[in-house]
Design a protein around this ligand. Structure first.
Ligand code: SF4
Length: 319
């Protein structure tokens, strides 16, 4: 299935790449994004404030007014850039459709680029950290399926793994949509992602299985749209040690005949140690992958749960 070797394209707030586009002429370079993750993705930089016509340096901005529909004003002189920003963003979002983005990494706290908890100033009263940057809000509304995150949240190992798992899965989904948009293509995609989905949400796992099983009765466009929406919603739900342990035990069941009683006991102990937060997830996954290779178990060999992202990213190495 994974024959498309083109890089994963991610949108990114330009200042995170180290470019001096901030209001004060500085940047917010993030070394994990350019160094580690940068080896596996191609970034499409977007700086809403510069691209919509503001200079460098410039007066800083803030969100003012109704939290659901705030205005973008300069902090000292109160100049209103809301219309200019929205007009530019409408065209930029249309242009981004052609980029086939699999994710977007936003700069936190920015009144233009912040994804959530951006400080907003009501007409009266205290500021509240409940806003989204004007461009970020428009991006999320325009591309509801595309995973989004902020650079600060990506320093949390669990959020990082979740986001990267989603961008890799969306890339594979896009490949099916462009190369094999058939019921057979959907069945194949679903089959190799079953354990991955199960690790996030047993409820979505059941619902997605039902959609696929009834696929013949549903118009193809509706089928693909429904599946994609539910798939991305499922993967957004965080895995837990309990859910992962269930999946690992389920995978272990495929070796009922091959493993000795001692080997089964050892694997169960390793899964239990993972579940008790004594060892990272990579340990039981490595042991199961060892048995998958040794016994050439065809169902498990194809499961993306056992290889959802490049091992170099070390996303399952934390306790
Ligand atoms: S936070 Fe957004 S608008 Fe501000 S400098 Fe970075 S990319 Fe540009």
């Amino acid at each position: 299935m994974d024959t498309d070797q083109s890089p994963i394209k991610l949108g990114i707030s330009t200042c995170l790449l180290g470019q001096n586009v901030r209001y004060d002429g500085g940047h917010k370079h993030d070394r994990f994004l350019t160094g580690t993750l940068g080896q596996f993705v191609e970034y499409v930089p977007v700086c809403p404030e510069v691209e919509c016509g503001m200079g460098i340096p410039r007066e800083s901005l803030r969100l003012v007014g109704d939290i659901e529909s705030p205005r973008l004003l300069t902090t000292k002189t109160g100049k209103d850039f809301t219309g200019q920003m929205k007009d530019w963003a409408t065209g930029r979002l249309q242009a981004l459709e052609a980029e086939n983005l699999c994710g977007f990494i936003f700069k936190s706290d920015s009144p233009s680029s912040g994804m959530e908890r951006v400080k907003a100033y009501p007409e009266s009263g205290m500021p509240v950290k409940k806003g989204s940057g004007i461009f970020a809000r428009m991006f999320m509304d325009h591309f509801p399926l595309i995973p989004v995150e902020e650079e600060g949240r990506l320093h949390d190992p669990k959020l990082r793994e979740n986001f990267i798992e989603r961008i890799f899965t969306l890339k594979r989904w896009r490949q099916v949509c462009s190369e094999n948009r058939t019921l057979g293509g959907l069945v194949e995609f679903h089959t190799v992602h079953k354990l991955l989905i199960l690790a996030h949400s047993p409820e979505h796992y059941r619902k997605l299985g039902k959609i696929v099983a009834e696929g013949k009765k549903i118009p193809l466009q509706t089928l693909f749209d429904t599946y994609a929406g539910m798939l991305m919603a499922a993967l957004k739900i965080k895995t837990t040690p309990q859910k992962n342990a269930n999946v690992l035990q389920h995978a272990m069941g495929y070796f009922k005949k091959q493993l000795s009683a001692e080997e089964k006991q050892e694997l169960l102990e390793i899964i239990h140690q993972y579940q008790s937060s004594l060892i990272p997830l990579i340990v039981p996954v490595t042991v199961i992958n060892h048995y998958v290779r040794k016994y050439r178990e065809p169902y498990l060999v194809a499961q993306y749960y056992l290889k959802p992202h490049p091992v170099e990213l070390q996303l399952r190495n934390h306790v």
